[in-house]
Design a binder for this molecule. Sequence first.
Ligand SMILES: Nc1ncnc2c1ncn2[C@@H]1O[C@H](COP(=O)(O)OP(=O)(O)O)[C@@H](O)[C@H]1O
Ligand SMILES: [Mg+2]
Length: 348
Amino acid sequence: MLHLVGSPTADFFADLSRLYARGCLEALADVPGYDHVVVWVGPDGRWRFPADLGGEAIGAAEPVELAEAVGLVRGIAPDVALPQLFCIAGMTTYRALLDVLGVPFVGNPADVMALAAHKERTRAVVAAAGVDVPPGRVLRGHPDVDERLLDDAVEAVGLPVVVKPVDADNSTGVALVRNRADLRSAVGEAARETSAGDVLVERFVPLGREVRCAVLETADGLRALPLEEYAVDPQHKPIRDRADKLAGSGDDLALVAKTHDHAWMVADDDSVVPGVQEAAALAFRALGCRDYGLFDFRVDPEGRPWFLEAGLYCSFAPSSVVVMMAAAGGTPLPELFVSAVERTLTRG
Ligand SMILES: Nc1ncnc2c1ncn2[C@@H]1O[C@H](COP(=O)(O)OP(=O)(O)O)[C@@H](O)[C@H]1O
Ligand SMILES: [Mg+2]
């Protein structure tokens, strides 16, 4: 198994990728029948084949250009790959590269990743399948948007709104705007976090609750897993921000959301479960997901779930959300991993 780790574009995503991939390799060390080979794609665009994912091993590994790396990967001739890149190029182009190289990989294909990385397009696709998405408007192109367009957006969507870049993550550039006067600067901030400058202005879904639901593809069809719920609070924490998800950087990068006061599993008999699981399965099919998918919802005070976004990656680390949900549903990590790999090998 080839583990494709790092980021060709950003140190932050490279650190995040390394954090999860190390967790994965540690957790899978005892699963029999696998040889794990690591490839590190650095923010300099070069590839390294380190002995492990420690900073020292990566530093000691000889960097090679892509053309040479392709030959090395062909020489390794992996049966299967696990893509662990989280930046947009890493999630899309580099998965497509595995297709070109003829290496089957676990998880969602490049085109589905590209779709899910773009919130505007994702919303359109899942809404067409009958999933509720909060009303929204997209402001195009640049931070200096015309006042009239801001007025139009507010009129169409209604305040308060959540402003966000169409294609960022980890709450980067996301803001809750209650007053029209604050909209311009929020849109400008969001526009700076996206290459095309497109910003989504979405109706704020009041609390309620915030939950995520993973869906697995199995031999018997789709299986929705137990939900994870996030700590939010109408007064003190109306939306989740970056500090709720990540802390530190480099070797000290840590996952805040994994601590139990930030997130917990929802009981199976909770009234919120069936509606969210049904919407998650609809979203899975509509987006054309493969192997697994993870879908975020806000649940309004009336108990109605509203789709926020899809996160279609899983690192198979114990801290991966899909892994924690599968474990809560009675499928431990090794079993989840082996069955995903078997599906991958079968489809070839
Ligand atoms: N329409 C909305 N209504 C209420 N809260 C929202 C809405 N959209 C986003 N949020 C809040 O902002 C957070 C980040 O937004 P999200 O769409 O998930 O972007 P990201 O990809 O950065 O995680 C969510 O976890 C949620 O708390
Ligand atoms: Mg999110």
